[in-house]
Design a protein around this ligand. Structure first.
Ligand SMILES: *[C@@H]1O[C@H](CO)[C@@H](O)[C@H](O)[C@H]1NC(C)=O
Length: 451
């Protein structure tokens, strides 16, 4: 029975050669087909997606890098619902997201794909007020692009306030929510503040550690849940699962923001409820802390709060160590016999394999956890320049210009050296942007001794 059916099906599917070649060209043209054609094809259904209706001119052959699902492919999804709102404020609340997303993934054959991450970052639409701010933002963005390219992560960078009343640090909520809806293929949305630098290009997010959690934050559970300190966590870098829980959480978080009339009242509530809070301003981070404490069963228990590595690290404790860290990594690679293989030149595309091998070499010699931490000499995964305000130019007066401006340049060069290595270059130093070509067997050859 099965054989007969498949034979029959095989016969049925054997299209005349002429038709199939037309189909190929028609498919290419379809990508750019006008709405009328799309509508007609949609009615024809998935059984005959390549039949070109009368009156439609085939403008092929068109160069398309990969087959793109045409407008007629696939069943209706949540995107076809005119009530779907990308707005974090004032739009219709989105419900049943987990089922909608699962259905979308199933219909696109992506149900069992590995977990994907979309990084979201952004900055203000206007030019920076601070001197050199735009150039710094460009370099911060380039750093994120580099990391994402090496790790197969897509980057969404916003230069628009999707909800104008959600100003400053509140702006991330509408942008993260919109990215979640626009990227149902992503299991995680990774918000990274514009002023955070990825300083370990060899480190990958340890996603398996986050099974059972929906939100990942850098912080100290004791500070948050026992001391109720709003400085017990950092809201500038977080990983949030693409699920209904997260949409509900973002809704509730947004409700404490400046788009809502209760915002001013929240400022007073937060000041009273949290420690180390000395003003009446409701900021995103104090609001987040409050939510976790207030409803720990619903929110807190799904939050991975830890300092196991520098998921985001405070820059002032890091920038002074970067030269020492670079020197230790270089020495480890130079000395380890096993490093000969990992020193081999390779395509950027192979980065992750070499990164894993390099980490294994370094792990044996350089103290500290993968991804860096407050002790040890491992590379910090993320160095966050909280309070340096590179775009606005008004840094927190507790910081010197050397630690902020000098620190940012050093951290960017430190990261860039890891990227440039695949191109055969490095900076003369973390303070000198001149590029030097690398000897073939760097760093063994760089040591100037023969082995
Ligand atoms: C930067 O490095 C280059 C190459 O080593 C050197 O010639 C140049 O003098 C350095 N610049 C500064 C300002 O130190």
């Amino acid at each position: 029975m099965a054989a007969a059916t498949s034979e029959a099906a095989g016969k049925k599917c054997a299209a005349p050669p002429r038709l199939s070649s037309v189909a190929g060209r028609a498919r290419d043209a379809l990508v750019f087909a006008a709405g009328v054609a799309a509508a007609v094809l949609a009615m024809l259904g998935p059984a005959s997606p390549f039949i070109v209706p009368a009156g439609v001119r085939v403008v092929g052959p068109v160069d398309v890098a990969a087959p793109v699902p045409g407008p007629a492919d696939g069943p209706r999804t949540f995107y076809d619902d005119p009530g779907l709102s990308y707005a974090a404020v004032g739009g219709r609340r989105l419900t049943g997201w987990d089922a909608k997303r699962a259905e979308w993934l199933r219909s696109r054959g992506l149900r069992n794909a590995p977990e994907r991450v979309v990084m979201v970052s952004g900055s203000q639409p206007e030019p920076c007020a601070g001197a050199g701010g735009d150039h710094l933002l460009l370099r911060f963005l380039k750093n994120k692009l580099d990391y994402c390219r090496l790790h197969g992560i897509e980057l969404v960078y916003d230069a628009a306030l999707l909800e104008p009343s959600m100003v400053a640090y509140w702006a991330k909520i509408p942008n993260v929510r919109a990215a979640m809806l626009a990227h149902p293929e992503a299991e995680w949305v990774w918000w990274v503040d514009a002023d955070a630098v990825l300083t370990d290009m060899d480190f990958s997010l340890p996603l398996s550690r986050y099974r059972g959690y929906n939100l990942v934050l850098y912080g100290w559970p004791k500070e948050v849940y026992e001391r109720r300190s709003w400085l017990g966590l950092n809201a500038g870098v977080f990983l949030i699962r693409n699920c209904q829980w997260s949409l509900d959480f973002l809704d509730e978080w947004a409700r404490m923001g400046p788009a809502y009339p209760e915002h001013a009242r929240w400022g007073k509530v937060l000041r009273k409820a949290l420690t180390k809070k000395h003003d009446d301003g409701a900021c995103d981070q104090s609001a987040l802390t409050y939510l976790l404490i207030k409803n720990r069963g619903r929110w807190g228990d799904k939050v991975y709060l830890g300092t196991d590595y520098y998921f985001q690290g405070y820059f002032a404790g890091i920038v002074g160590k970067l030269d020492g860290i670079a020197a230790r990594y270089e020495a480890a690679e130079r000395e380890a016999a096993a490093a000969a293989g990992v020193r081999r030149r390779h395509a950027e595309r192979e980065h992750l394999r070499y990164a894993a091998a390099r980490n294994a070499v370094v792990r044996d010699v350089v103290p500290g956890p993968d991804g860096g931490g407050q002790s040890g000499w491992r590379r910090p995964f993320v160095t966050h320049f909280t309070g340096c305000n590179p775009c606005g130019g008004r840094r927190n007066p507790i910081y010197s210009s050397e630690i902020c401006d000098g620190g940012m340049r050093r951290a960017l060069a430190f990261a860039d050296d890891q990227v440039l290595r695949n191109y055969g270059f490095r900076h003369a130093s973390l303070r000198n942007n001149t590029l030097l070509p690398l000897p073939f067997d760097y760093p063994a050859a760089g040591a100037g001794r023969s082995r």
